[in-house]
Design a binder for this molecule. Structure first.
Ligand SMILES: [Zn+2]
Length: 219
């Protein structure tokens, strides 16, 4: 492999580690329960399973084909690689993915609650609501198959009895959107404590979705 290609891959591996560390430091993924991946050269780079992110070196990041074939790396990839691969296969615009068991996303997900259009910022995730995918066992192709329709037309969804997953055009955007899902989940949960939550009408959400798209940037 030419040196510059190897350097690019090392840089990409380090950026996956940096994002995983951000995910942990920010409290978005208690007890390091989440995982991070990046589309790279037709494959994906993904955090390994069962390793402390603070100990990770670039070579610990697994490079996997979307069918799970390990291209390079000796560490076992995150058990959730099926879910990441299914999103990359279904959504060409997805360049990076963050999965997290963040507190309020989990709270709504155990109640099988989508996040409805209670606030216009829900549209930042691409649609009028943030759906909740039905439950399937973690780390299975069955769960991956449920996530693809739940995230259709969106950049994130909740996962019943599990957490949330978000993608972006790069690692920074995927992490930012995962944070946004958690903020909205927390705000919606608080509103639910008061009573029935009024929702924005569909035509207004359509307008806001278009406004966000025409801004062309969400950072
Ligand atoms: Zn998980």
């Amino acid at each position: 492999m030419p040196n510059d290609v190897k350097a690019d891959e090392n840089w990409a591996r380090q950026s996956v580690i940096d994002t995983a560390l951000d995910l942990t430091r920010s409290g978005l993924s208690p007890q390091q329960s989440g995982n991070v991946s990046l589309r790279f050269g037709g494959d994906m780079l993904i955090t390994p399973t069962g390793m402390n992110y603070h100990d990770l070196l670039p070579d610990d990041i697994a490079r996997l084909a979307f069918d799970g074939t390990v291209r390079t790396g000796t560490r076992a990839p995150s058990s959730e690689w099926h879910m990441h691969a299914a999103i990359y296969a279904a959504r060409p615009e997805a360049q990076a993915i963050v999965h997290a068991h963040s507190d309020y996303a989990v709270t709504l997900s155990v109640m099988h609650r989508a996040i409805p259009p209670f606030h216009y910022m829900v549209a930042l995730l691409g649609g009028r609501d943030i759906r909740c995918a039905p439950y399937a066992t973690f780390g299975t192709a069955e769960l991956a198959a449920l996530v693809v329709p739940a995230i259709a037309g969106r950049k994130a969804c909740l996962l019943a009895h599990h957490g949330q997953i978000a993608f972006g055009r790069d690692l920074a955007e995927a992490l930012k959107l995962a944070h946004e899902v958690e903020i909205l989940a927390g705000q919606y949960w608080r509103a639910l404590q008061i009573g029935e939550v009024p929702l924005l009408p569909d035509d207004e959400m359509t307008r806001v979705v278009e406004k966000f798209q025409s801004y062309g940037q969400t950072k």
